[in-house]
Design a protein around this ligand. Sequence first.
Ligand SMILES: [Zn+2]
Length: 278
Amino acid sequence: MFELPEYLTIAKQMNKSISGKTVLSGVMGNSPHKFVWYNQNPQTFSRIVNGKTIGDAYCKGRWLFIPLEPGYVLVLGECGGKIILVDSNNVPSKYHLLLNIEGNKSIYAMTQMWGAMELYRKGEELKRQYIADMRTTPLDKEFTYKYFKSLIDEARSEKKRSVKSLLTQDQLIPGLGNSIAQDILFNARLHPKTQIEVLSEEEIMTLYKSIKETVNDAAKNDGRNDEYDFYGNLGKYERVLDSKSIERGCPVCKSKIEKIQYLGGSSYYCSKCQVLKK
Ligand SMILES: [Zn+2]
């Protein structure tokens, strides 16, 4: 699944390569499955996008916004898979969304598990569930330490929650998924199951810095090296912890990397650097 760094990368690359281009035609998908969320019928979609000009894309959390001017915004949300620019004669036979644009280029999107591919009149997208109520994301300037502290205080008062839950559940910090959360927790030297109520002030600060730095690092490197960017290349961000780190051992202390199933997916952590704090 794309997480915030991958969406940032795609938006940046779109703005370099297709901003200002005209859409010649659009197809809402020839290989639909029920977990691709559309909000238009195929004919309406094609009619609206024809002749529109692509504006500057931007993202918020795991949602990518592509203005189609005048008057519309294409929204690709919570996708994982491919959002790729190709020569128009290289479009794959199956896709969930296709835009043919001037210069013999096409953009196609395929999502692996689920994802929104929706077209809104400009402004209407802000009313959509998950967008309307989205909290501050880690690279927003409002994501200050003070904000992060207040988020933790709020989360502590609601229910018991671990640091992995803080990072990946209930959209408390939009844009983070299992993969980047794992590296954030390693960089902060926190075990995924550490409860937020036992965190010291210093640990909260360390976690805050780790969120900002890890997300920034992955974004600067064009996303993770197991996800495709807009040009069809893999990102250059090397994950600190992934399935291969079981063999490699901890990059810092060489100790054994443990794997647990926890909160909807595998979690890897170093048995020595990330001791469970009680
Ligand atoms: Zn270690």
